[in-house]
Design a protein around this ligand. Structure first.
Ligand SMILES: Nc1ncnc2c1ncn2[C@@H]1O[C@H](COP(=O)(O)OP(=O)(O)O)[C@@H](O)[C@H]1O
Ligand SMILES: [Mg+2]
Length: 361
């Protein structure tokens, strides 16, 4: 049992509030990602779970035990930092053994655990090197290895991939997913990179402005964002947002008109939808260029050719830019008049405060 429960955890530095009544229940064995823009409090929250920052208010439980008053070494969690924090004068083996020696683990046990972890991470041949003789990716593995040997109840990882170059980052991400599949430990991973969050998480905690915006599986977060902030933070290209000119009720569902366009039938129930100041949200893959002149109208502005598809940044009649998709081999040129079919079933409506209204499930 190594579930982690946060109950109304708050933090301020002096008069500045950083986290406000954050609550969540992380199941044993989950891979949880804290995702949010820089400065939203992800590291602070992780460090509070680790015991490196005090809580001003609230309670933290790990494996059923209340831990928020315990020192870090009694919480049974291991932290992996962005800068690895390896001791430069020690070998890899000593870096990995150090924490266990401190708690007086028998020597033979230390050797066994270090060698098991090294094998798992494929760094056996590096055990006698010093950190300066390792690549960034190898240092990263050593930092994870040092956490594994402690057999923690949970791994806490703060942006562990952000110092790696792009290719290595993708490989290390994959390794981390494989490692989690093998050891099935509870992991909390902090990142501001939505692709890392989408690819690694069993559930994503989207944070913004001291609070949790939404907790959900990657596809829940992607397809049914709770707020406009979540919708705009996850997904690339970012979701399109188009101002709504008028709403009419067609069989209980909202038919939505943009300035000067034909209505788009959505699956969003009209009941409960506030009046005035609405925005329609739609992803580029649900906005297809038509080649028969049907759909809403605009003028192609920028064309991005991605190989398997083409993104067409289209200026609508009201000046809004809508990113639509066309085939990989697209003949569209900047300045062309284009028509776009929107998949109304994938459309989301947002009110003025950014709250999302979805089709019924
Ligand atoms: N020791 C500190 N003293 C004062 N403010 C801090 C301290 N640590 C972090 N903060 C502030 O708390 C906020 C959250 O920081 P942090 O948790 O590091 O964000 P993130 O990891 O999401 O980028 C930021 O506004 C940051 O400036
Ligand atoms: Mg941080």
């Amino acid at each position: 049992m190594s579930d982690i429960v946060l109950k109304e955890v708050s933090k301020s530095y002096g008069a500045v509030s950083v986290l406000d009544k954050v609550s969540m229940h992380i199941q044993s064995g989950e891979f949880i990602v804290f995702l949010g823009p820089s400065g939203c409090g992800k590291s602070t929250l992780l460090r509070m779970i680790a015991g490196l920052e005090e809580c001003n208010d609230g309670e933290i439980f790990i494996g059923g035990e209340r831990v928020d008053q315990l020192p870090p070494n009694q919480r049974g969690v291991a932290m992996v930092f962005q800068n690895y924090a390896l001791y430069p004068h020690m070998t890899v083996r000593d870096n990995m053994s150090f924490g266990l020696e401190n708690v007086k683990t028998p020597k033979a046990e230390i050797t066994r655990r270090v060698e098991d972890a090294a094998r798992m991470l494929e760094i056996t041949q590096l055990l006698d090197r010093k950190p300066a003789q390792l690549s960034g990716g190898q240092r990263q593995r050593v930092a994870i290895g040092r956490a594994i040997v402690r057999d923690p109840k949970a791994f806490l990882l703060d942006e562990p991939l952000s110092n790696l170059d792009a290719g290595l980052r993708v490989r290390t991400r994959l390794e981390l997913a494989q490692l989690h599949n093998r050891i099935k430990a509870t992991m909390i991973f902090v990142t501001h990179d939505q692709i890392e969050a989408m690819t690694l998480a069993t559930r994503i905690v989207v944070m913004n402005n001291k609070k949790i915006e939404q907790i959900g599986t990657p596809m829940e977060i992607y397809a049914r964002p709770a707020t406009r902030f979540v919708a705009s933070f996850v997904g690339s290209p970012a979701m399109n947002f188009v101002p709504v000119a008028a709403v009419s009720d067609v069989g209980g569902k909202a038919a939505i008109t943009f300035a000067g366009q034909q209505p788009v039938q959505t699956a969003v129930p009209v009941a409960g939808l506030p009046t005035g100041n609405l925005t329609l949200g739609i992803r580029a893959e649900a906005a297809r260029i038509t080649h028969d002149g049907t759909g809403i109208k605009g003028v192609a502005d920028v064309i991005e050719r991605l190989g398997e598809r083409t993104l067409v940044y289209t200026k609508l009649l009201d000046g809004t830019i809508l990113v639509a998709e066309d085939e990989g081999i697209s003949t569209i040129q900047p300045g062309d008049n284009v028509s776009i079919a929107l998949d109304g079933n994938a459309a989301i409506v947002f009110d003025a405060a950014g709250k999302a209204f979805h089709a019924a499930v």
